[in-house]
Design a protein around this ligand. Structure first.
Ligand code: MLT
Length: 393
């Protein structure tokens, strides 16, 4: 037996597991200290009423002979896909139901989609970025080219014609920087992908935070994108589903390469390796798209945005450079006094018991930066900012 040697190239543990381990150790040694977590992007607002009602009623259905469901369609129930179809129609994007695949969240599909692509492909990944893109490609030994995202390009790297890539990861609004591509920037990426016969893997998990209707919240708002892009979205941040698990992936029919349809290949992959999202969860997800559900989830998103604004105000007061926090739940800041990312992580944890995410964990160009999330409660965010204000003063 030979193991997959590629795992040797990975960091010993996943970024957020490493942080959790460090924080748990701190808590064990300092049981009297109140730690405030602004690290992993995990939500704190409960599921909205519409979702709970739908989940309860679906649970009741499952307890009856008439309403009981066993295996469902691997690609999701039509009742949910129809809602997602309408959601996209409101963005002027027309989708066929069979282009929509219900998933248990963006993370799994972003990793699993690699089953469709040769390991000979070259992958273009912005740096800093969500670590899942890099780790999943390392696991399969693909050649990775990193694209520098920094203050000069507002953390929005653009295509470089001298680089030939086959798969391109874009995340907008970006995790971790909160930067958002505008329409003309995404048009350039689509043109680059079409010219190079490449596929864009577009992660739109934070699209619900976009508050400027001129900014695209789906790659499919860009002409030509259906011939070169797959989109991954999730209800985790949109509707507080981090623990409930539901998302969706759009694989357009137009994606045909070497006489093979990526849509058909993904269907084949999912029907073979995935048994679908639970019926009860899909009923809850359906309720997110109802008029009442949309109103309720927007209230939660606004709540998190107010937290983001609290964080931004504190940083402004101390003249600390940052991005994000407007169309994103993340605030990406430069560590004061040229501290390194992990050094600042330890400094905050030890001195004021605030947990953030070291920028270096998102790639080499993240070194010297730090990410805070707005997903904690308003009370805790206020308290954390008071502590930070005092520390920096
Ligand atoms: C993050 O904090 O970057 C996210 O919560 C991680 C994830 O969505 O998997």
């Amino acid at each position: 037996m030979k193991i997959n040697e590629n795992y040797k190239k990975l960091e010993v543990s996943y970024l957020f597991s490493t942080i959790a381990k460090k924080v748990n150790e701190f808590i064990r040694n300092n049981p009297d200290k109140k730690v405030i977590r602004l690290g992993i992007g995990d939500v704190t607002r409960p599921l909205c009423k519409s979702v709970i009602e739908a989940i309860k009623s679906a649970t009741d259905e499952m307890g009856t002979f008439e309403g009981f469901r066993g295996y469902g369609p691997e690609q999701g129930y039509d009742f949910l896909k129809e809602e997602i179809q309408k959601y996209y129609a409101r963005k002027n994007v027309s989708l066929d139901l069979d282009e929509i695949f219900i998933s248990d969240g963006a993370k799994s599909d972003l990793g699993n989609i690699l089953d469709l692509f040769s390991t000979d492909n070259t992958v273009l990944i912005p740096d800093p970025v969500y670590p899942v893109y890099v780790d999943t490609n390392l696991m399969q030994n693909r050649n990775i080219i990193f694209l520098k995202a920094d203050q000069q390009n507002d953390f929005l790297p653009m295509p470089d014609e001298s680089i030939k890539a086959d798969l391109i990861y874009l995340c907008s609004p970006n995790n971790p920087t909160g930067a958002v591509y505008n329409k003309s920037q995404l048009e350039k990426w689509v043109q680059y992908a079409l010219k190079n016969n490449a596929v864009i893997l577009f992660d739109s998990a934070y699209e619900c935070f976009i508050s400027d209707s001129n900014l695209p919240s789906s790659i499919f708002e860009i002409e030509g994108a259906k011939s070169c892009a797959i989109e991954f979205c999730s209800l985790s941040k949109t509707a507080g589903f981090t623990g409930t698990r539901c998302g969706y992936t759009i694989v357009p029919f137009e994606l045909n390469f070497d006489n093979m349809s990526l849509n058909k290949m993904w269907l084949r992959r999912q029907t073979t390796k995935f048994n679908g999202v639970p019926y009860i969860v899909q009923r809850g997800a359906q309720a997110v798209f109802s008029e009442k559900g949309q109103k309720e989830i927007k209230e939660n998103i606004e709540y998190y945005k107010r937290n983001a604004s609290l964080i931004s105000q504190t940083l402004k007061k101390h003249n600390i450079y940052f991005t994000g926090g407007i169309h994103s739940p993340y605030i990406w800041l430069k560590c004061p006094n040229n501290m390194k990312s992990w050094e600042f992580f330890d400094y905050l944890l030890q001195n004021i018991q605030i947990v953030g995410t070291p920028g270096a964990g998102f790639g080499q160009n993240g070194e010297g930066f730090f990410r805070l999330t707005s997903f904690n409660t308003c009370e805790n965010t206020k308290e954390a900012m008071e502590r930070l204000d005092n520390l920096l003063t």
